[in-house]
Design a protein around this ligand. Structure first.
Ligand code: ARG
Length: 472
């Protein structure tokens, strides 16, 4: 049964119309300070800008303003030093800070003028997103630089590329690693987009319909850095949308989920390459673990966890979409649940970026195993079809001819490149004496020098370009 609060808790911010305090059960159910205290510094930043705006608009005096600013600085310091006492009965980060401020600065009673927790929390979160995206961008850049180094260091190693997890065509290790770089670069762009979306100030929208007081939204937007590239303020255009909108949450969580899918796909490549069956890559001891039972085991746990974390990142995204989809305008308390998934995605993406970068930095390729795998002549079956095409055979026929040769090779147990000339001429009368040259790996890579292909000149060009873009 719901216990009533025994204390006569004065709900200083909204208690006026109530004769009873909320029950203990309601307090513990409704509090968010256990997770939104992470927003404290953004909340203080927002409050400082708001106080300065109120002062500029002569709603509070300069003495009151400086009292508020000093008080907020004190609170900020106390929070940083872990000395601030968070009180669950004050619900959230906003009321905790406001109450603490009231105790040291009487002018704090005026701070919430022309502001609601609805535009306040929207502002805090936009400040958080700008910060979080910038942090992720730094780590994505570091990961990209590590990938480029790894590709560069292994440029001359060829491996089979796969489709359907069946050997398809030869590629360089560098080409494969640079494919990962393209994936993470798109993440970079998605996160940068989310940061841009966040860069609009909802402050001043009030609870839903702004305020009757003479405020200056543009001024406080500028103070908080919600500006465009020419320094002009960026403010939301509809007060109802401003407090209801959670699109940036969805964009951020989606960008993190896509990144999670990339972590997972890269991890899967590495896990396969690391298996005894492939044996292409050796992972550093520091990012692998042993088995408690089987002494010989060295498991790629770091990569398995990277693969596993993607589930969590996708779940966080799903949680937010589900949370928001049926809500009527504008603010509903459901929205308090918007923060844990976003904070979790941020924390997980940050650690995943570190782990992937460091684990790959310590990885090395086994030249012998790669060379053995890539020596399979069937990897060049398509090159043989291209060769027939160059001798005037329509591609569909060339494809069939090579198919017939593959079958012949399989049936006779003779590698395709060791079949008799007569055999090949019978299948393709247009074939020349030089047909066997097709099976030279150097030749095939040399012929793949168009944009985006794995030829070594292309790879060097891409590496050079990445180094310029990333300044690494
Ligand atoms: N803790 C609340 C949240 O995160 C702050 C906004 C509360 N607004 C309200 N109208 N009760 O959503």
């Amino acid at each position: 049964m719901a216990k009533k609060s025994v204390r006569k808790t004065e709900q200083a911010s909204w208690g006026g119309r109530f004769s009873e305090s909320p029950s203990e059960l309601m307090l513990s159910f409704g509090e968010s300070v256990s997770f939104d205290s992470a927003l404290a510094q953004f909340d203080i930043q927002g409050s400082k800008a708001h106080a300065q705006m109120l002062c500029k608009c002569s709603i509070i005096s300069s003495a009151e303003c400086s009292q508020i600013l000093k008080g907020l600085d004190k609170i900020s310091k106390a929070i940083d030093e872990g000395k601030f006492k968070w009180d669950v009965s004050l619900e959230d980060v906003h009321m905790n800070i406001e109450q603490a401020l009231t105790k040291i600065a009487p002018a704090a009673a005026k701070l919430h003028t022309a502001r609601s927790r609805n535009d306040q929390v929207a502002t805090d979160m936009r400040l958080f997103f700008k910060y979080a995206c910038s942090e992720i961008i730094v780590k994505l850049r570091d990961l990209l630089a590590a990938l480029v180094d790894l590709a560069d260091a292994n440029k001359d190693i060829l491996i089979p590329g796969y489709t359907h997890l069946q050997r398809a065509q030869p590629v360089s290790v560098a080409h494969h690693i640079l494919a990962w770089a393209e994936m993470f670069h798109r993440d970079f762009e998605r996160i940068a987009f989310a940061r841009e979306s966040a860069n609009v100030s909802p402050l001043g929208s009030g609870a839903i319909a702004g305020t009757t007081l003479p405020t200056d939204r543009e001024y406080e937007a500028c103070l908080l850095g919600f500006i465009d590239e020419s320094g002009r303020p960026r403010v939301t255009r509809n007060s109802m949308d401003a407090v209801a909108d959670r699109d940036v949450f969805l964009e951020f969580a989606s960008a993190c989920a896509v990144m999670g899918v990339h972590f997972s796909r890269v991890a899967e490549d590495v896990i396969l390459w690391n298996s005894a069956e492939f044996g292409y890559i050796v992972l550093p001891d520091a990012f692998t673990t042993g088995s408690s039972l089987m002494p010989q085991k060295k498991n790629p746990d770091s990569f398995e966890l990277l693969r596993g974390k993607s589930a969590r990142l996708i779940a966080n995204m799903n949680c937010l979409f589900t949370l928001v989809k049926g809500l009527p305008l504008t603010y509903n308390r459901d929205l308090q649940e918007d923060k844990p998934p976003v904070f979790d995605s941020f924390r997980q993406v940050m650690i995943c970026l570190d782990v992937l970068r460091e684990a790959l930095k310590g990885a090395s390729f086994r030249r012998d195993r790669c060379a053995a795998a890539v020596s399979d002549p069937l990897l060049l079956a398509t090159d043989l079809a291209d060769y027939f095409v160059s001798r005037g055979v329509p591609f569909r026929q060339a494809h069939h001819m090579v198919g017939a040769l593959v079958k012949l090779s399989e049936d006779s147990g003779t590698p395709i490149n060791e079949l008799d000339d007569s055999c090949v001429m019978k299948v393709c009368p247009k074939a020349g004496k030089d047909w066997r040259e097709v099976f030279d790996l150097k030749r095939t890579m040399k012929m793949r020098e168009k944009t985006g292909m794995p030829g070594s000149a292309q790879i060097s060009k891409r590496i050079k370009n990445w180094r310029k873009v990333l300044d690494c």
